[in-house]
Write a protein that binds this ligand. Sequence first.
Ligand code: FES
Length: 275
Amino acid sequence: MSDKYPESSGRRRFVKGVVGSATLAGAGTAGVAALDSVTNPSGAGGGPVEYYAVENVAGPAPRGMPMVPLEIDDEGFVRGIYPEVQKVEQKGETVEVAREEIGGIEYSPDWFQYCGVQGYEGVDPGYDGDNYFRYSNTGYDWQPTSGRVNVEDFQDYDTWENDYGDAGIGKPAKATWRSQNTENTMPIQIIRSSIIEDKIESESGEVVDWLDAATQDGFMAILNKCTHFCCAPSGFRTSSYGGADDKIYCQCHQSIYDPYSIVKKSFVAFARPEN
Ligand code: FES
């Protein structure tokens, strides 16, 4: 059967809501104070932030790369989730703040604000485009070089193989996100794997709550920007170096990330530059 139109799994999907919306809507100061502690006056984010990452397991990278939560539309196209944008009053000014709770964590563009990405149009709430992932023209041999990522192209995900790792550990693609007609491109590693589906079905805990909300039908997405010196890693199943066959490999200084070891991490995000 075609999996173009993903079946409903019956399990709970989204744990989602706008963080602090009730407080922010009120006249009290508590919500405003909380917001001030995590955003600068322009609403451009920055500061300490917790996020879910694919763990760095070897090499010099200081922390994991951030996941991008995703969803699949009725026609099987896969798109990243950008946090809900709210207009809030802050220090007498109306500013746009993008943040929402997904899978038990506060998700915001801060997750991606490192390595210069904080200046990319795609992380800005005002980005003029949609949220669909589009195939990169420098991806895997099998994949299209343009167009929107679709479930149909991943029907063989449980048996797909290349020169690295065993068949069935996941089918990868390289994509871009929120990068149409922009100066800079947000590079995305897509993986579809039954390992993710199995984790959700058989394990429990906060990481599983996150995966349940941030992945769908075995699809996961990662910002493919190495936290070491900012290279775009060659990716999942692209090297045998140091046992990286079934992992994400960064060719610049041999950092390795495990896409199936999801960890909650924190770092100090840069603020987005003022327009
Ligand atoms: S290991 Fe240095 S940039 Fe990736």
